[in-house]
Design a binder for this molecule. Structure first.
Ligand code: UT7
Length: 326
């Protein structure tokens, strides 16, 4: 069986900043509360005319450039998102058209904030299964489009952005392990009630704001800490390494207190855990690949390092992956 490695990465965030001070003017909150309870200072928000595929396109072009590849070299596109351009066709298909990636199959993965880890796991399997060589794996979101900016318990948390990676076959191990998990019993704690077949769009759903993301933060918080820890441990066991071997952990960027709890449970020093949460908030599927791109560009992640990705999200879903960075 061939190995799989990263060949290029890229990310994109909108220019517009929504700061805690901006939010103070919109809802009953404070910069102090948001910073101390979440670690978030600001997040990026798209303009009304920008869709998820637009951010995905920007990130993908950068990843392709980084990989020195043309869109025609890509065999397939897998996009993790909870904010697709449409319910159908998939955002991956929209992206395929924007890129002119004429030789690529394309589909979306809907796995909450674990979307990129799920997409990566699936794409790795498609390469190792033998049918594909170069795949574009994307996590892209415009969470602001499903945000209720009157709900202070959710709107302070989320932001928009996209990250993309080109992965390909390798003679030496790149992605050392990858694992996924889910617990559908947790669905009610983080979801968007309306717009699907259970509750189609109606005057009623528009009136009561059922098209917005809803979350019971406390429940999600507890499960996130448990799952981020257990999936990280599972992935490092599968890779036959120990926590001491980790050079950098890139956890899903949801809440600084979650990241700290996981770091302490794994007994990792602060400098081995990456966070850019203060600047982007929770960008759902995009959080791990944006952080990865920044970690590489800032030389926090170097050739030969062991990096671990770990994510948790709606579903509930979770997953982790261990990579020797090449
Ligand atoms: O990507 C995966 C999904 N997301 C997550 O992992 C997020 C997980 N959850 C969280 O990050 C946290 O639960 C939150 C940040 C959402 C909430 O923090 P918390 O420490 O669990 O706060 P809480 O819900 O217990 O609320 C404490 C108090 C409440 O007031 P009372 O009832 O004690 O009077 C809230 O009404 O804080 C109040 N509150 C706020 N106050 C100012 C809630 N939101 C705000 C706000 N500003 N934005």
């Amino acid at each position: 069986m061939s190995f799989v490695k990263f060949l290029g990465i890229g990310s994109a965030v909108p220019e517009k900043i929504l700061s805690n001070l901006d939010l103070e003017k919109m809802i009953d909150t404070s910069d102090e509360w948001i910073l101390s309870r979440t670690g978030i200072a600001e997040r990026r928000i798209v303009e009304p005319e920008v869709a998820t595929s637009d951010l995905a396109y920007e990130a993908s072009i950068k990843a392709l450039e980084d990989a020195s590849m043309d869109p025609e070299d890509i065999d397939g596109i897998v996009v993790g998102t909870i904010t697709p351009d449409y319910i159908f066709p998939s955002t991956a298909c929209v992206l395929q058209s924007l890129l002119g990636a004429n030789n690529a199959f394309a589909f979306d993965v809907l796995a909450g904030c674990s979307g990129f880890i799920y997409a990566l796991h699936v794409a790795k399997g498609l390469i190792q299964g033998g049918g594909s060589k170069n795949l574009l794996v994307v996590g892209a979101e415009t969470v602001s489009k499903i945000m209720n900016y009157e709900d202070r318990t959710t709107c302070i948390l989320f932001g928009d952005g996209a990250g993309a990676a080109v992965i390909t076959t390798s003679d030496t191990p790149g992605i050392l392990s990858s694992c996924l998990g889910a617990n559908g019993d947790g669905g009610e704690f983080l979801y968007m009630p309306a717009g699907g077949s259970r509750m189609p769009t109606s005057e009623e759903t528009l009136k009561n704001g059922s098209h917005f993301l809803r979350m019971e933060g406390k429940e999600v918080f507890k499960e996130a800490v448990k799952a981020l820890q257990s999936s990280t441990l599972e992935a490092i066991k599968l890779a036959d390494i120990t926590p001491d071997d980790i050079d950098l952990l890139i956890p899903h960027q949801a809440n600084y207190r979650i990241i700290e709890a996981v770091r302490k449970r794994l007994k990792l020093p602060e400098e081995k855990v990456f966070s850019n949460l203060d600047r982007y908030g929770n960008t759902s599927s995009a959080s791990v690949p944006i952080a990865l791109d920044e970690a590489v560009k800032s030389s926090r992640l170097k050739r030969g390092d062991i990096v671990v990705f770990s994510a948790f999200g709606a579903g509930f879903t979770w997953g982790a992956s261990v990579v020797r960075w090449q």
